[in-house]
Design a protein around this ligand. Structure first.
Ligand SMILES: [Zn+2]
Ligand SMILES: [Zn+2]
Length: 388
């Protein structure tokens, strides 16, 4: 079998004639008539919300695509004969096969492109472009990424945030058909309702291409849906609550299991990845699990020593005991007043002394400093700069 003949592994398990309600030896004309009748009777537009009819519509379209095409019908008949009429052989059974043999595994990469997945993906807004045999198995939903900005304190303490997520969905007004609501479609004349046309790619090979007239939808509306302008695509929005753990760092990516796109065919939901941006704090900084704080002190506090009250994040202030002669830039560690670690323990608060020089002096202060200068004269600070 060549890669371009469009033959599919799952045909063997399907009775397309029964789906169309025709005999195995029905003529092409009888098959076409049966298909049109069933397609009309089960069309999603005439039965909004009726999933059983939607399913039937898909099934008959698939059946007609195969047995409505002389070439494919011949291959289908051969395949059915080869494997029996779907009795014991179940391709694509989702891994339950007793012998461990799955014809899909052999054919997956060889099956022709542009299968039904494309067609119905466009029509019903799900699983665009996936080969059909995969679509039928439980599928994990897609992972979704988003960003969230939280406050500095929330990042330290943890916070529950509300996220609004939008994702691709069928247009709500036309249910993804692309047609103006209330109007009736007609079967595409270009592809006669098959959804694809056969294009020659040279030599003996032909390939199925999505029908340019109906875009694979099989049906055409004379008036486009005003909401989606005929594309059938829309967006759905949902709100979810997400717990951001304590101690999260700026730029961290948090994985929320099962909060991504819903799964298909009973598969699990995908994950949501939230990149967290943390707004800076007015006075506190962050270094790993530790918080940092610059503490302005006056020259006399540094020189004489003293008690300095400093704030902590979300707690009561603490008092730093400065020893006499504390140099500018010295860092004091206040244990347990930092960010919360993953194990629930806490980092430290690192308080760094910044000695301030007064910009202006009143009379008394000036006299005091001049007295200080006189008292310390003769102790050159910079002698060492000129040594050697
Ligand atoms: Zn068409
Ligand atoms: Zn629409």
């Amino acid at each position: 079998m060549s890669a371009t003949d469009g033959m599919r592994a799952d045909w063997a398990s399907k009775d397309f004639y029964a789906e169309l309600g025709v005999k195995k030896d029905a003529t092409a004309d009888e098959i076409k008539k049966a298909y049109r009748k069933l397609a009309r009777a089960n069309h999603p537009d005439s039965h909004p919300g009726d999933t059983a009819k939607h399913e039937k519509f898909k099934v008959v379209a698939e059946a007609y695509d195969v047995v409505g095409d002389a070439e494919k019908r011949k291959k289908y008949d051969e395949m059915r004969q080869l494997y029996g009429s779907g009795g014991g052989f179940r391709p694509g059974g989702g891994g339950g096969g007793a012998g461990g043999f799955d014809i899909n595994d052999l054919l997956r990469d060889r099956a022709g492109g542009g299968g039904f997945g494309d067609m119905f993906g466009d029509l019903f807004g799900g699983a665009r472009g996936r080969p059909q045999q995969q679509q039928r198995r439980p599928q994990k939903g897609a992972d979704v990424e988003t960003t969230a900005t939280i406050g500095f304190t929330d990042a330290i303490e943890g916070v529950t945030i509300s996220l609004r997520l939008t994702s691709d969905a069928p247009c709500p007004d036309c249910s993804g058909t692309g047609g103006k609501p209330g109007t009736k479609p007609h079967i595409c004349r270009e592809c006669e309702g098959a959804g694809f046309v056969v294009a020659s790619v040279g030599g003996a090979f032909t390939m199925n291409e999505t029908c340019p007239a109906c875009g694979g939808r099989q049906l055409v509306y004379d008036q486009a849906c005003p909401t989606c302008h005929g594309s059938g695509h829309g967006l759905s929005a949902r709100s979810i609550q997400a717990r951001i753990p304590a101690g999260v760092k700026d730029g961290a990516k948090i994985r929320l299991k099962g909060k991504g796109a819903p799964g298909e065919q009973g598969g699990p939901a995908g994950d949501l990845f939230v990149t967290v941006k943390v707004t800076p704090h007015r006075v506190f900084g962050r270094k790993g699990d530790n918080l940092t704080l610059d503490v302005p002190v006056s020259f006399d506090e540094a020189a004489l020593g003293g008690e300095v009250k400093i704030p902590t994040l979300g707690g009561a202030p603490v008092t730093l005991k400065l020893p006499a002669g504390t140099p500018n830039g010295r860092t004091f560690r206040v244990r347990g007043k930092g960010a919360t670690r993953r194990d629930g323990s806490k980092g430290d608060l690192l308080a760094t002394i910044e000695v301030q020089v007064p910009a202006t002096l009143d009379q008394t202060a000036r006299e005091a400093l001049e007295a200080y200068r006189a008292a310390t004269a003769g102790k050159p600070l910079r002698a060492g700069l000129f040594d050697g």
